[in-house]
Design a protein around this ligand. Structure first.
Ligand SMILES: Nc1ncnc2c1ncn2[C@@H]1O[C@H](COP(=O)(O)OP(=O)(O)OP(=O)(O)O)[C@@H](O)[C@H]1O
Ligand SMILES: [Mg+2]
Length: 376
């Protein structure tokens, strides 16, 4: 099988997931990919659960809106995109999606309204481990079925651990199946002994939490048992949809830092274990391509440099040697990624841009690098 290129996935897949450990450039890469795809004429949704302001500012889109919005025509023009229908963005607030879900699945609008006001729900829907990841999955799955976009680029949340995103749904189902959860469910259908223990549990809970809080807790757990079950089922369907190699590509972003590299390689093994279609590594903020750096020659300031020139030259040479070492290090890291990417996936470098990567020109440039690049 021949190696995939970023161009193949940018033009050919329906979902690209950018994952990686914290701060490596997931949001930057996802945005660059979204822009490159829209510049190629695809209808794109940039979906992020990243609460940072950065992507919103760059794209001129507010955060926490209840649905995706078109990126303003002015912003698109700066990116060389003239058709304003080609790029939408949604900065996902996990709470907003969870509420939408409750409204969709609750038995009645009144119940939905009551539940979304429940204090326990308000806390828990934002705090349950995996809920944020689940909501991204839920939204993604919905959009996939709607077929409104040619490509959805999913930027995963900042996390200390690159795997959090994937473990989201299963952690959620662990919570649902957990004994603590069961403790709060009413026990009418249980046997005599269970009813008795249930009464005991209720009494203890009421004493521990206070009557009012306990009632709210119980309302929360009772009403949500059903909704959560459906959520879990949907999450598994979403996870299943993410397994289709014709539709989906996981791009693993890393920086040249050792810990990020270790995470990236570990994450790739997990992708394989979970049967998720790994497409390739992006070594971001890399200097691997800067191999034209030369060390200033001894005679830079002529044959008789002044003391100041001599000292400046020494510093310049030192700096150049340091930079050359960084270039070699990044080239070795890129080779290491390529050797560990399998036969059909790519490993490529995105340059460290001296002026940062937050401006539109920088993001378009990174997108162009991706479109042109082939794995080493
Ligand atoms: N290739 C690059 N050149 C220069 N600066 C970059 C590059 N890539 C990313 N940056 C900068 O690094 C910072 C972190 O990047 P980004 O927000 O994309 O990382 P992230 O992985 O999404 O972080 P988090 O895990 O917090 O969500 C940003 O300020 C971004 O502009
Ligand atoms: Mg981010």
């Amino acid at each position: 099988m021949s190696r995939l290129t970023p161009e193949d996935i940018i033009l050919g897949r329906r979902v690209i997931v950018c994952a990686g450990s914290g701060g490596v450039g997931k949001t930057t890469t996802a945005t660059a990919i979204a822009l490159a795809a829209a510049r190629s004429g695809r209808r794109v949704l940039a979906l992020t659960v990243d609460p940072s302001k950065r992507l919103a500012e760059t794209l001129g889109v507010d955060r926490n809106l209840p649905r995706p919005v078109p990126v303003p025509a002015e912003t698109l023009k700066k990116a060389g995109i003239t058709d304003p229908s080609l790029l939408e963005a949604w900065m996902l607030d996990p709470g907003v999606v969870a509420d939408a879900f409750v409204h969709r699945f609750a038995e009645s609008p009144e119940l939905a309204a009551r539940l979304t006001k429940n204090r326990i729900y308000k806390q828990v829907s934002r705090m349950i481990a995996g809920m944020q990841e689940y909501t991204a999955m839920e939204a993604l799955y919905g959009f996939l079925r709607e077929e409104r976009y040619d490509l959805i680029v999913l930027d995963t949340p900042p996390s200390r651990n690159a795997l959090d995103f994937l473990y989201g749904p299963s952690r959620l189902s662990n919570f649902l199946d957990g004994r603590i959860f069961q403790l709060f469910l009413p026990g009418e259908k249980r046997g005599l002994f269970r009813r008795a223990t249930s009464r005991l549990v209720n009494g203890v809970n009421a004493a521990v939490f206070g009557r009012e809080t306990y009632e709210e807790l119980q309302e929360f757990f009772t009403s949500f048992a059903d909704i959560f079950k459906r959520m879990t089922k949907n999450a598994s369907a979403g996870l299943q949809a993410l397994r289709d190699p014709d539709d989906v590509a996981f791009v693993l972003v890393t920086s040249p830092a050792t810990e990020a590299m270790t995470d990236a390689l570990f994450f790739r093994r997990k992708c394989i274990e979970l049967e998720l279609p790994f497409a390739g590594f992006v070594l971001n903020r890399s200097q691997a391509g800067d191999d034209d750096r030369t060390v200033p020659p001894d005679e830079l300031f002529g044959s008789q440099p002044s003391a100041v020139e001599q000292s400046a030259l020494g510093k310049l040479q030192q700096l150049a040697l340091f930079e050359q070492a960084a270039v070699v290090r990044d080239q070795e890291r890129l080779t290491h990624l390529a050797e560990n990417s399998g036969d059909d996936a790519f490993a490529l470098a995105l340059p460290q841009l001296p002026g940062g990567a937050e401006k539109m020109e920088a993001l378009v440039h990174l997108g162009q690098v991706l479109m042109r690049s082939h794995s080493q």
